[in-house]
Design a protein around this ligand. Structure first.
Ligand code: ADP
Ligand code: ZN
Length: 290
């Protein structure tokens, strides 16, 4: 059986076809332009591929409330032309198959819970630190939705006393994204993040912020696994630094051995490499079959 999976991003739309085991058989990518022309390319890709369902992990904010009139819409986004866009409706109508829908990061955590580093667990979170920060939350065996959906990338952080950077988030300045996403690192230090690889102070500060956010997620969601990825985590030394800093910040308060002794297995990169998002989208499609 073939299932379609879409990772809908602000710069590109990754479209794939996979099977019920999450094995990807084909994939393409289209640049994100205006909805109509972008969707036309994507629909043409799926036509004739005999997919039984489609899953979409989408950039946000999105409406996930099935009782809402705008369920399946991208809601109010700064991305020109995309506010109030009925993405689920567009594909349901054009392809005539069930469409599963969630945020891109909820899709990614679902991929890792189904086939990756959190396989078989009841709870996990997926944090991506790249151009922005996104956090997908899986708890009690399901993806977390609420009033809208969690926006863990924008939790407010305590600034480091020596950090003079004002913060980049247009809404909150010094939230997680405003202090720790790639563009914030680059604005603070005046260089591309990859070119700062040898500057210890850059990554010490970065680990301080990432660990603060993770500490808060541990205290609120109590995840059994934390998967950490995104362009910034290409600085792989951050993993060890973040683990240590999380232990320091928790200070023994959450006295579980996963934190006190086995933190190397607790805060990890994805097991699905670059594919948690697209595989998770395929799982969203599978789940839409009911
Ligand atoms: P996106 O978030 O747009 O999907 P990425 O997750 O690839 O994309 O993140 C891109 C960001 O990651 C860039 O803004 C850059 O600051 C940062 N980045 C990319 N490569 C590296 C690297 N080798 N080291 C540190 N940061 C990096
Ligand atoms: Zn913010």
């Amino acid at each position: 059986m073939l299932i379609g999976g879409i990772e809908a991003g602000g710069t590109k739309m990754v479209c794939a076809v996979g099977d019920e085991n999450g094995v990807i058989q084909d994939r393409v990518s289209f640049p994100t332009r205006q909805p109509e022309e972008t969707f036309a390319d994507m629909v043409a890709y799926y036509k004739g591929k005999d997919i039984k369902a489609l899953g979409i992990g989408c950039f946000g904010p999105v409406d996930l409330d099935r009782k809402s009139k705008t369920y399946g819409y991208i809601t109010k986004t700064p991305k020109a032309g995309w506010s109030n866009c009925n993405i689920v409706g567009a594909f349901e109508e054009a392809l005539g198959v069930p469409v599963g829908f969630d945020t891109d990061v909820n899709g990614a955590v679902l991929g890792e819970v189904t086939w990756g580093a959190a396989k078989g667990l009841d709870s996990a979170i997926y944090i991506t630190i790249g151009t922005g920060v996104g956090v997908g939350v899986y708890v009690n065996g399901g993806l977390l939705h609420g009033l809208v959906h969690p926006e863990g990338g924008h939790i407010l952080l305590m600034k480091h006393p020596k950090d003079t950077y004002e913060g980049k988030c247009p809404f909150h300045k010094t939230c997680m994204e405003g202090l720790a996403a790639g563009p914030s690192i680059e604005a603070r230090w005046g260089k591309k993040a990859a070119e700062l690889a040898d500057r210890a102070e850059v990554w010490e500060l970065e680990a301080y912020y990432i660990a603060q956010a993770i500490t808060d997620y541990i205290l609120t969601y109590s995840p059994q696994k934390i998967i950490l990825w995104g362009g910034v985590m290409h600085q792989e030394k951050l993993f060890g630094m973040v683990r240590k800093e999380v232990q320091r910040l928790l200070n023994g308060y959450v006295a579980h051995e996963m934190i006190t002794e086995r933190i190397d297995e607790y805060i990890v990169p994805p097991a699905l490499g670059e594919d948690p998002g697209i595989k998770g989208a395929i799982k969203l499609g599978l789940d839409a079959l009911g």
